[in-house]
Design a protein around this ligand. Structure first.
Ligand code: ZN
Length: 301
């Protein structure tokens, strides 16, 4: 029987690893969710899923998009590993090597947010657009950027959540980032918002003035990223952005903080098309991992 070529995709997160076999969001052969415990156990289960015999299909490449920081430099001795992280058990964990060794196919890898921007640009809210900025605002703040068809790897990889944002006058909240206090993540992530308000984010009423402050800080962060990367679309995602009233506030605040500097329709009448919500939502990273697999595949690579 002739077999069909498919990819394996793995999205690694702080609470779960989601894995799929397939070629696109509409061609999913198999999918599983594995709880994130220790690296040996979790990666072992990922490998077991990928290795499972499936008649009629052939796994030709795998893509892995995981939480970071991770080593993306192929010349480095720790390539394919998680770098020093607050999740101590995962600091130094080898992710790529065991998967590549056991499966014997090429493995592409990137951060979860770089994966997410690849997914959104392929099947989601930024199809065919380049450059694209993707920013997720949830338990942390993280960003990925697609520029000239590629995600950015360098000294490390972008860590957009830790950029500095100016304090809104009168706001004395010290921020919660253990490294920087009031960086973007320290001041505007879900836990920062909850700490400021003394209650979980879903319990903060939509008419609480804190939302305008939240929008203002996010706008300051997005302003810096727009001015640095010049994206043609900004895709926002994450648990905090699920508050339906927040997106219009962020758009308004962004126009205000840019103060007319970018004199284009995207920052005026067409801002609703320029700053948008993720279409793939929680699947963005997983589908991005599929793009990573496709790129790693010998046929396309
Ligand atoms: Zn920080």
């Amino acid at each position: 029987m002739a077999s069909r070529d498919v990819y394996g995709a793995v999205e690694g997160g702080g609470t779960k690893f989601v894995c799929m076999i397939g070629t696109s969001p509409t061609d999913v052969v198999d999918e599983v969710t594995i709880p994130t415990t220790g690296p040996a156990e979790t990666i072992g289960e990922v490998i077991e899923f990928l290795q499972r015999p499936r008649p009629g299909i052939r796994l030709v490449a795998i893509g892995v998009a995981t939480f970071g920081p991770i080593d993306l430099d192929p010349t480095s001795s720790t390539y394919g590993c998680v770098l020093k992280t607050t999740k101590e058990e995962w600091s130094g964990a080898r992710i790529l090597a065991p998967i590549a060794r056991r499966l014997g196919v090429p493995v592409g890898w990137d951060t979860d947010v770089n994966g997410a921007v690849l997914g959104e640009a392929r099947w989601g809210a930024a199809q065919g657009i380049d450059p694209v900025l993707y920013l997720t605002v949830g338990t942390g703040i993280g960003g990925g950027a697609l520029v000239n068809g590629a995600t950015i790897h360098g000294l490390l990889h972008p860590e957009m959540g830790h950029i500095a944002v100016p304090a809104v006058p009168g706001d004395s909240f010290p921020g919660i980032c253990t490294f920087h206090g009031r960086c973007l993540e320290g001041i505007a992530s879900g836990p920062a918002l909850a700490a400021r308000c003394g209650r979980p984010v879903p319990e903060i009423p939509p008419d609480d003035p804190v939302w305008d402050l939240e929008a203002r800080y996010l706008a300051h962060g997005i302003r810096s990223l727009i001015l640095t990367l010049s994206p043609r679309r900004v895709v926002l995602s994450g648990g905090v952005m699920r508050q339906a009233h927040l997106l219009p506030r962020v758009r308004r605040a962004l126009v205000e903080v840019l103060n007319g500097y970018i004199d284009l329709p995207e920052l005026k009448d067409r801002i609703d098309e320029y700053v948008v919500l993720s279409k793939l939502d929680q699947k963005a990273g997983l589908y991005g991992a599929l793009v990573l697999a496709e790129r790693a595949s010998p046929r396309t690579g």
